[in-house]
Each structure stands twice: as C-alpha cells, then as structure tokens.
Design a protein around this ligand. Structure first.
Ligand SMILES: *[C@@H]1O[C@H](CO)[C@@H](O)[C@H](O)[C@H]1NC(C)=O
Ligand SMILES: *[C@@H]1O[C@H](CO)[C@@H](O)[C@H](O)[C@H]1NC(C)=O
Ligand SMILES: *[C@@H]1O[C@H](CO)[C@@H](O)[C@H](O)[C@H]1NC(C)=O
Ligand SMILES: *[C@@H]1O[C@H](CO)[C@@H](O)[C@H](O)[C@H]1NC(C)=O
Ligand SMILES: *[C@@H]1O[C@H](CO)[C@@H](O)[C@H](O)[C@H]1NC(C)=O
Ligand SMILES: *[C@@H]1O[C@H](CO)[C@@H](O)[C@H](O)[C@H]1NC(C)=O
Ligand SMILES: *[C@@H]1O[C@H](CO)[C@@H](O)[C@H](O)[C@H]1NC(C)=O
Length: 854
C-alpha cells in the first residue's frame, strides 16, 4: 500500500555551518508535495551582514505545538533566519494528517508562518494476538490515524477460520476494534507409535506434533537391525484423519538383535552364554586347579555387534611350599606343589601336635589349613571346687585332654560341667564347675512389692537373684535395686525398702470450707472436707488417694445455703429479708382471725429448703367449745378445724337430758366463731323412792347421782348391807332397798336349881322374864330381866344356892361372946364388910364377861 521513499537534503550555510538533515519515511505520499519545496526556497546567499541580518530577520525558536515537535536536527540551534523552514514530526500518540504541511517558514521579524494541523490523535500499536501476527508492513509503524486498518496473518501451525475478518480498525475513540478469532490451531498428528524395537529416526524424536501428510522415517533401536532388507525404508505418514499409516503391514519382527558371533573358546576353561546376540553375556570359568589370569571373567554382546573385554585366560594353580615347623617336620618335600598335592606334619618326640596333621593344596592356591604347632601341654593343678569332691583325675601331670571329674556334696547343686579337660592352651576346659547351695524358702513376700516373675517350681541357687516390682500404689525408691539375692543355706539377703507409698500431694484448701481430716496424702489415705456453717457441699466430701497417685475426685466446692423467699396468702411472716441463710427462722401469722394450718415457724436447713412446708391461712373455726354435761357426737370429736357453716351436734352425758324443744347443734359462723349453744343438759330425776318400815328417810333431792339414806328407829337394826339408794343414769334407783328389823335378845341359859317365865323361842326388844328358885334355895341376882334396845338383857342371869343365913347369925352370936370389948367387935364387923364387898365385885366382873360373849 505504501510507497516508501527517502529524500535527503543537505543545505550548507557557510556562516552557520549547520547541517540540517531532513528525513522521513512512511507516509511519503502525503509529503510528496512538500518534498520539492526546499530545493526552491532555500537560496544560498553570500556576503551578507550576518549580525545585522540575524538581528532583524531572526525568528527565534519556533513555536511549541501540542501535536507536533521539532525534528531532532534543530535541537542545538537557536538561530532561525528569515525564510528558514523547520520541520515537525508527530508527537507520540499522534499520527500524520494527509495533505498537510509539516513545516513552518520564518517570515522574518520573529514571525513564523501559522502551522497546519498536520497530526491527529492516533491509535497506538495494534494488539498482540495469540493466534495471529501482524503483516510485515505494519510492524514498524507506531501510531495509526483513525480509520486506518491493519491486517494480520495466521501464526505457523494455525489455519484461517473461514468467514472471519483478518483486520482491525482504529476507531474514533482511539482504540482498536475487537479482532475476530480468525485463526485456529491447525490439526496435527501426535508422535507416531513405537513398534517393538522400531523407533522414529533421531530427527523426529523431539517433536510432539506433525502436520497432515508429513512423513516420519523409522530405524531399529541401538543393538537391533532390520530383520529383512526391505524394511529399511519403513515410514509412517500423518493422515487427514490424524492417524498414522505405515508403509508396511505392522509386525513385531521388523527388527532383530544384532549378532556378535562366538565370543571365543579358552584353554583349561569354558564359557556359558544363552546366545551370541545383542545383550547376552558369556561367562567364563577356569577348570578346577586353574585360575583366571584376566581381570574380567565375562564378555557382553554390545549394540555395535562387538563383544566387550578380551577373551579370558586360565593358568594352573600352584601352592607355595608349606611352612616349616619349629619342633617338627613335614613330608614329602617337593619343588612345587600343585592343586590337590598333600603333605603330612609330624612333631618331635614328646610334643603334642596342635592343629591339622595333614594339609593339601586347594584350588585357590592356598593350603587347606594353617600348619599345626608342636608344643608341651601341662595344665596347672585345678583349683579346689568348694563343696565338692573329685571322682577321677586325682593326680597330675595334667597332659593334653587329661580329664578331672567332680561331684557336689549332698545338698549342693552343680553348675557347669562335671568333667573338665586340659586343652592345648594349658587351660581347663570348660571352666571348673561350681557347687552351689540352695535357698530352701521361697523369696519373702513383701508388703510393698511383689515378685516380678513366676517362681512356681523354681529352685534358687546361691547368688541367683529374684526381682520385685512395686505393688499397686507404691513407686520405686530411686537408687535402690528391686531384687534380693540367694545366699545359699543362709537364705535370702535382706531387701532394701525399694518401694514407697505413692503420694497424691496435698489436694489443697477450698473456699468456704476446710479440710477436716487428713494424714499423709499417701496411697489409700483420704482427706475429708467440710463446708463452713451456712454452706453445703457439692460433690464428695471424701477424697481417696488412688494407686496411680491421683485423687479419686477433685476437692468439693461449698455453696451457700439459701432458702427461697416463701409466699403465703392472707398471712405474713417475719422477719422479711432479701435472702435467708441456714438456720434463719421465719414466724408466720394469719390476717384477721384466719387459722394458720401447719407449722407456725420454719427454719432454713441444708441444702437450702425450709424444714417444713409453708403454712396456709384458712377461714376455719377451732374445735367447738366444751359444754357442761355434754359430749360431741363421735364423728366430730377428732377434728381440730371446721369450715364455715359446719354444724356439730352435742349429746347429753349419761344421766343428763336435754332441755326440751331446744337445738343441740352449733354452727361455725362467718367470723369464725361458733354460734352460742341453745340447749343445756339437766340432771335426770329418779322420783321419790318412798319410805320403808321402822326407818326414817333422809334426802336433799331425787336427781342423778343423789343419795337417799334410811335410819332405823330405836329397837330396830339395819337388815341390809347398805342404808341408802342412789339415782342412776338410767333414771332408776339403785336396786338394793335398805330394811330395818327389830332387835332380839338371846335365849337365857339356866342351871338345874332355877327357872324363868315366860319361855319363848325368841325374845325381842322390851320382852321381860322373871326367875324363881327351887324350894329352899335362895336367889342371887335380879329376879326380873328386860331385853334392851341393843339386843342385851338388862342384868346378868341370876342363880340359886342353899341359904347359910341361920348359921351365920349363930356364928355371929358366938363371935360377939368371943369378943371381949366392943372395939374388937367393931373390928370384926369391918373385916366382914370388906369381905362381902370383894365377893360382890367378883360377881360383877364375872357377869360382865358373860355379857360380852353373847
Ligand atoms: C589364600 O591365602 C591368602 C594369604 O593368606 C589370603 O589372603 C586369601 O584370602 C586366601 N584365599 C582363600 C580363598 O582362602
Ligand atoms: C462440719 O460443718 C458443720 C457445719 O457446717 C458442723 O456442724 C460439723 O460439726 C462439721 N463437722 C466436723 C467433723 O467438723
Ligand atoms: C421446723 O422448724 C421450726 C422452728 O425450729 C419448728 O418449730 C418446727 O417443729 C420444725 N418443723 C419440722 C417439721 O421439723
Ligand atoms: C354459709 O351459708 C350461708 C347461707 O346458706 C351462705 O350464704 C354462705 O355463702 C355460706 N358460707 C360458706 C362459706 O359456705
Ligand atoms: C314443745 O313443742 C311441742 C310441739 O312443737 C309443743 O306441743 C309443746 O307444747 C312444746 N313444749 C314446751 C315446753 O314448749
Ligand atoms: C360475729 O358476727 C355476729 C354477726 O355477724 C356478731 O353479732 C357477733 O358479735 C360476732 N362475734 C364476734 C366474736 O365477732
Ligand atoms: C328401771 O326399773 C324398771 C322397773 O323396776 C324396769 O322395768 C326397767 O327395766 C329399769 N330400767 C333399767 C334401764 O334398768
């Protein structure tokens, strides 16, 4: 599209010595007119007053333009004489405008011609695309005017997409239009497949894609060669379906291993090989008695068809002469010993041959064993074995293999060999045995440790040890050995105390409580916590130290004991507080005369409850009042409280009766008092019990519980056990009716000399009897007796006797004659009087006694 031209003008002004180079490229067509101008408008003038000229006609620096800048050639110049022309170029971001001038002319007197707008804002470089490259003629252009198009072409391996545009346009906004996706990756074949030992030639190996119709040639892998000549030109081509097609039918036998031929036979040896082709190995071996001279014993068939290494060689094995003995010799003695030759060693007299007596030359050129030694063997006297006796080998000298045998004393056990022999090193072999005592008792059982092994059926010999492990809750004491030793018959060593009780450590104090029981914090010990007054315990109070050294639980916590504020309707309580602590006491009372049902006072107890339920205030009457001589009907007797309108019924006690036409009920009224009782109970009357004969009645009234008494008249006595009647609850008098009967006197007793009249079976009050003596007899006592009111006779019973009166009077006459004086007589009479009086008294006493008996 573009015409490319270069025009250079060299203008030499001898007084400025300035070379101005004008150069431009691209857009040549739009400058084609301008390019001719300088040739005509740059006259070369000579012999001019330069200073003056410059002063008058110098234009000074050309103007700065927004869209254009002076070409570089004017950089060092500041003198622009009249008619001088300066060229601009577009500033970055601007593109030239067709058919405009890019220069201005100095008109003189500091006047420049007015410039064209020769550059417009432009599009920058077109975008770089993944699938396309700019066509070459756009590559070097930096800015494109609005409306210009640039053209792309597809990148290698991309193909044009039919119906798309390959160009973009610089838009008014100075941006490029969005390009089409006008190329897409060209379809290719992947690398061709390898077939067995066939592979593409090196030139293709690194490529990953192949164009359609492209051809790939093949060769055999190193070490392989074509099995047939005609396979030499095997090739594959990428088909339009992107699959590879081979020039020959595919086969696994295109290539075969290269052959190296026979690797070569050797003398005194042979080789083994699977075959002679590439990769196989021939291993050489020398015959017995020969050994390989060469370094390597094998040859390998290489890719180039050659065997590696050289053909191995074998040579005969020779043993060096056997070593001479210091105190012996060998035979036969030869110049050279070959494979399997043997020699025999012998010692001088009295010496022992230690080692192999006969040796032979082996295939590796060494003798079958080291030469023997000849030396004197004498073992020392064996040390005595305690608690044993020898059973053989009592005396030396102890030559090689001399044996000593031992037997332990009874009760000891042998450890080691019964028999020991003298060996070549003058030592007893094996070591001398020991006779060890036994521990008869089992290892002791320890409080703090238990045996660490099963000792069932074991015997414990002197010096043996048994180990213990700590029992549960115990831990080892550092620096002690948990074992004891058997000291034979002395028994077991005394154990160190190698375990101690495990400690759980102090579990610590708690808030609002304290530890009240503790000892050492060791295993199995415990601590007990208690909460302060007013606090309760949450979780266990007792902690045990456990076997693993931890406490059975964390210490408990103490929580304040708080009782909830109670609620009571129709009542109050005191004191009123925000919260109630343990032992706080509340006293309840009811409004008005309501009754408090429940406890009058409560106290707060652990764990924060009142000791009883809150009482209630209820409208109730107390028990009904006690009314004299009455009892409550049985169904009301047990109740303590009665509802309003409740009615209770009274009944009179036995012996009492209700007032007629009155109510025997009372009612619980609204103001919680009982109504006033209407009725009362009065004592019942039994009526007049009546008089009884011979008695006088005495009574106050005839009501319940009263007594009526009867008194017998004089000469009468009570015939019943009681003398009264009592009014009973049933209204009847007590049953026994008192009675009075007349008094009687006993029938008097008489002797044979007297009798009385009248004679009756029974004598009662006021009856009289009179006595009479038989003839000639005189009556002593009262003649007549009366029965008194007390049932007794009025005097003692009289009796009759013979009368002595005549004699007594005669005696008295004689007595008077016998008395000489009247005084004697008087004396006598006084004595007689006394005598009579005494007689009379005696009789009286006797009577009285009889009366009492009756
Ligand atoms: C043969 O003897 C030499 C020297 O004592 C030793 O280094 C070598 O290992 C021996 N060879 C064999 C196979 O025992
Ligand atoms: C534990 O505390 C309560 C009060 O909180 C007290 O009555 C009791 O006696 C205490 N027990 C002991 C063993 O100290
Ligand atoms: C509750 O405590 C109060 C005051 O100590 C006492 O009078 C009452 O009998 C107690 N009640 C019970 C059920 O223990
Ligand atoms: C008691 O009886 C009266 C009359 O029958 C009645 O008006 C009142 O409501 C009753 N009171 C109660 C508490 O039952
Ligand atoms: C008791 O009541 C009955 C019947 O209501 C009546 O006939 C009698 O006169 C009353 N007696 C007394 C003492 O009021
Ligand atoms: C009970 O109430 C009645 C009437 O409603 C009244 O007459 C009586 O005085 C009251 N009793 C008491 C103890 O308040
Ligand atoms: C009272 O006495 C009468 C007459 O003797 C008798 O019939 C009646 O059963 C007695 N009553 C009682 C309760 O004993």
């Amino acid at each position: 599209m573009m015409l490319r031209s270069k025009l250079n003008y060299f203008i030499l002004l001898n007084f400025y010595l300035t070379i101005v180079v004008f150069g431009y490229q691209d857009g040549g067509s739009l400058f084609s007119q301008i390019s001719q101008q300088p040739t005509t408008s740059f006259p070369v003038t000579e012999n001019v007053d330069h200073a003056k000229l410059s002063e008058i006609d110098d234009c000074g620096p050309p103007p700065d333009l927004q869209y254009g800048e002076l070409k570089e050639v004017y950089m060092d110049t500041n003198k622009f004489p009249k008619d001088n022309i300066v060229y601009y170029k577009c500033r970055p971001g601007y593109a030239p405008v067709r058919n405009t001038k890019t220069y201005i002319t100095c008109l003189g007197k500091s006047q420049w011609s007015s410039p064209d707008v020769f550059c417009n804002p432009a599009c920058g470089p077109p975008p770089v695309l993944e699938y396309g490259d700019l066509q070459e003629n756009f590559v070097e252009v930096a800015y494109f005017p609005v409306g210009d198009k640039v053209y792309y072409k597809c990148k290698p391996d991309y193909v044009y997409v039919q119906g798309t545009k390959k160009d973009i346009t610089c838009l008014e906004e100075l941006e490029w239009s969005v390009p089409d996706i006008f190329c897409k990756p060209a379809p290719t074949c992947g690398p061709p497949p390898g077939i067995q030992d066939l592979e593409p030639k090196e030139a293709y190996l690194s490529r990953t894609s192949f164009a359609i119709k492209e051809k790939v040639e093949f060769q055999c892998r190193p070490g392989y060669t074509f099995s047939l000549f005609r396979f030499r030109n095997i090739a594959a081509s990428c088909e339009s379906n992107l699959k590879w097609s081979f020039s020959h039918p595919i086969s696994n036998t295109f290539c075969k291993r290269k052959s190296c031929g026979n690797p070569g036979e050797i003398i005194n040896g042979a080789f083994e090989a699977d075959d002679f082709t590439f990769g196989s190995k021939a291993v050489y071996k020398c015959n017995n008695g020969y050994r390989m001279l060469t370094k390597r014993n094998y040859r390998e068939c290489l890719a180039d068809g050659q065997w590696s290494n050289i053909t191995p060689e074998c040579e005969a094995v020779i043993c060096e002469n056997p070593s001479a003995l210091t105190n012996g010799y060998y035979s036969p003695d030869k110049d050279q010993y070959e494979y399997l030759d043997s020699v025999k060693y012998s010692c001088h007299q009295g010496l022992e041959l230690i080692g192999e007596a006969s040796v032979y030359c082996t295939s590796d050129g060494n003798w079958s064993s080291n030469p023997p030694e000849c030396k004197v063997v004498r073992c020392p006297e064996p040390e005595s074995v305690p608690n044993s006796r020898k059973t053989s080998g009592f005396y030396g000298p102890y030559k090689l293999n001399f044996a000593v045998t031992y037997e332990c004393f009874r009760g000891y056990q042998m450890v080691g060999s019964t028999s020991v022999k003298c060996n070549v090193n003058n030592e007893w072999e094996p070591a001398l045995p020991k006779c060890l005592g036994k521990c008869l008792l089992e290892p002791p059982s320890l409080e703090y440790a238990e045996l660490d092994e099963n000792i069932f059926g074991k015997t414990f010999l002197e010096d043996s040890e048994v180990s213990y492990r700590c029992r549960e809750g115990y831990e080892p004491v550092p620096g002690t050995e948990p074992s004891i030793k058997c000291l034979g018959k002395k028994g077991w060593s005394t154990p160190q105390r190698f375990c101690t009780l495990r400690s759980c450590g102090n579990p610590g104090e708690i808030e609002n409580g304290r530890m009240i029981a503790t000892n050492n914090f060791l295993f199995k010990s415990y601590v007990i916590y208690n909460c302060s007054k007013g606090y309760k315990m949450i979780s266990n109070s007792k902690l045990y130290c456990q076997a693993d050294g931890t406490w059975s639980s964390p210490p408990p916590t103490c929580e304040e004991i708080i009782c909830a504020t109670p609620s009571i309707t129709d009542g109050t309580y005191s004191p009123e507080k925000m919260k109630y602590s343990e032992m706080d006491l509340l006293t309840f009372s009811c409004n008005g005369n309501l009754k408090l049902i429940g406890d009058h006072s409560l106290h707060c107890v652990s764990p924060g409850v009142w000791n009883s339920s809150v009482p209630e205030c209820q409208a109730l009457c107390d028990s009904p009042p006690v009314i004299e001589n009455t009892v409550l009907e049985i169904q009301f007797a047990d109740s303590s409280y009665f509802d309003i309108n409740a009615t209770v019924q009274y009944v009179c006690q036995p012996g009492f009766s209700q007032m007629p036409n009155t109510s025997n009920t009372i009612t619980c009224t609204n103001n919680l008092t009982w109504s006033t009782p209407e009725t009362s109970c009065l004592r019942r009357s039994c009526g007049n019990p009546g008089e009884i004969p011979n008695a006088q009645m005495e009574a106050t009234d005839f009501l319940f519980e009263s007594k009526v008494s009867y008194h017998c008249l004089t000469g009468y006595k009570l015939a019943t056990s009681i003398n009264f009647r009592q009014c009973q609850a049933n209204g009847n008098w007590s049953e026994i009716i008192p009675a009075c009967e007349v008094q009687t006197c006993p029938v008097p007793h008489t002797g044979p000399k007297e009798s009385y009249r009248p004679q009756k079976k029974k004598y009662q009050y006021q009856d009289s009897i009179s006595y009479k003596c038989h003839d000639g007899l005189s009556l002593f006592g009262k003649t007549s007796l009366t029965c008194t009111e007390h049932g007794k006779w009025s005097s003692f019973t009289p009796h009759c006797k013979e009368s002595q009166c005549d004699k007594i009077w005669a005696i008295q006459e004689e007595m008077r004659k016998c008395t000489s004086t009247p005084d004697d007589w008087i004396k006598y009479l006084q004595v007689e009087y006394l005598h009579l009086q005494i007689e009379n008294l005696k009789l009286d006493i006797e009577w009285k006694k009889k009366g009492r008996k009756q």
